[in-house]
Design a protein. Sequence first.
Lengths: 386, 300
Amino acid sequence: MPDSDLLPRLGAFARLLHDSGIEAGPRRLTDATRALTYIDLKRETDFRGALRSVFVSRKEDIPTFEAAFDIFWAPPDPRITAGAIPGRSRPLRMSPERAAAWSAALGLSSSQMSREQEARSVPATSSGYSAEELLRQKDFEEMTWDETEQVRRLLEQAAWRVAERRTRRMRAGKTGPIDLRRSARHAIRSSGELMQLFRRRPRLRRRPLVLICDVSGSMERYSRLLMIFAYAIARREDLEAFVFSTRLTRITRQLRQRDLDKALEAVSKGVHDFSGGTRIGDALADFNRHWARRVLGHGAVVIIVSDGWDRGDPDQLTAELIHLRRSAHRLVWLNPLIGSEGYQPLTRGMAAALPYCDDFLAAHNVQALDDLGRLLAGLDRRSTRV
Amino acid sequence: MGTARPTSINEIGDVEARLLERHYIGDRALATAIFLALKLDKPLFIEGEAGVGKTEAAKVMAEVLDARLIRLQCYEGIDLAHAVYEWNYPRQLLHIRLLDETQDRRAAEREIFSPEFLLRRPLLDAIDNDDAVPPVLLIDEIDRSDEEFEAFLLELLSDFQVSIPELGTIKAKRPPFVVITSNRTREVHDALKRRCLYHWIDYPNLEKEVEIVRARAPEAADGLAREVAALVQGLRGMDLYKVPGVAETLDWARSLAALGATRIDSSLVDATLGAALKYQEDLERVREKVPAMVEKARGA
């Protein structure tokens, strides 16, 4: 065991990690304690590396860990000479009360503890329609409670389910290739005589859904309804959800909240450019590079929801759509404007996108979403795109 | 605790030195994670983009420990019959048909469900063996398997035993050293990761990448190694669908060396660009910038 007074410090560090959103339960604390008995505590990189390998289990958590480490293990602990100066490292993301408590305990200013203030910095955008990203908390109270409940009930009652695809896992079936294992098993019981052939066929699984939703200014009226829609799907299906206006934000985790209002609040908190301008091409480029390989496995269906009002480069949009279409089983574009009378897909973005989408559907009311449901339920089982 | 391991690994530096001896250029953090995994008897979970040397790390570990490497390549639909064991049904059938009619059927059944008729797959092998040093079990690209398989692994990693109904429970005398890799094409369940020590392998910086090329592609001349590494570093900063990994750097350096190059030039780079980039769009995007990139890399 290392110095006995290091233990309480380690426990406090685990609590700091916990408050910053990294899992640091008793099992990990025990592992950390054991790990420290094997290393030279005077070597800061080893000390840091040992704790990192125990407490971190996702790449995303590494910056948080490093920041917490810098803040917590900075001198004056003479046994450890931590590298970074607290003022220079990245502040942690935690609730203001926690941040206040920790900064008091560690003798730091609260801006060194919490990232909340700096997260709002305005990213540079090009001129034009989307020049000013509207960085404000979107008020979700526009729809009355009754309306929300009605829409939600309708969406939850919708009987549709996403179509299944064949997986590579097999199960017993009446048709399909011979199941040698079962047949032989059976034959052994009858002295090696193959009396009956058993067969197996692929097990079916529902296709994963990926929703990429435009929440820019021109989509404002639909944003809330669409979020309720996303929430309703996320309750039952394997859904990955993203929203974009000038930036792409993943909201899958936020939607998993049990309560609709909590989920919507979490989404609203996590997304900083609700009702900003639209750059569909940029958002899809971001998706293709950073998310596609992680969420488009297993024959996923991609649904883009947007009115196609795009101030980005149409060539870029086309290129990204071509790429996206190749990685997805099916690419569906929902456009709330289709519902309006005399609508023609003439916006630049829409015109660029149309040739590359498998389906182009309305999304302005619950009826339209039902149509989408029927489409998804009817997709074929082939494991790859034809 | 760690008693079965070679006693000569007493500190992180030992692991570092041995990796280096085997021409694996890792960093101190990787050596720390490996060292602690050995000492704490915990599986090591290595994540990183494709081609940064995750699988290679496990292979080198086996050499370092002087242990056998048992590799289980995961894929969608992998199940126990492919990962743990399967009875050799054709042989069983043949055997039973050759038996005398009068022979006791129960005895016959016992006979054909004996270890002789068992097809041992990697996981069983890793648990049940007579190796002097416990083997290194590499569970490669776990993100390709499905949740059912992950759940099974979770169980296996907690008690290192397997039940075969006809033979009973087989428990590892000494657990293997387990390395799990993932390309992060999906999130692996937290419960599994929690059992492991974690290490994220990042792309190396220029100096490190040059070292890696020199160590693993010695046929490339010094100048060439540096220039190729610089080219790849430049590519990683570009907006590409698939950024080249270290494996691509090595392929590229070897291709150029095979062509007899000792320095790079635009036409050579253009002709061999496919060693680094795997998407047509990426190739097109980069092609026009080749002369500028070559110039920059030659100055690096």
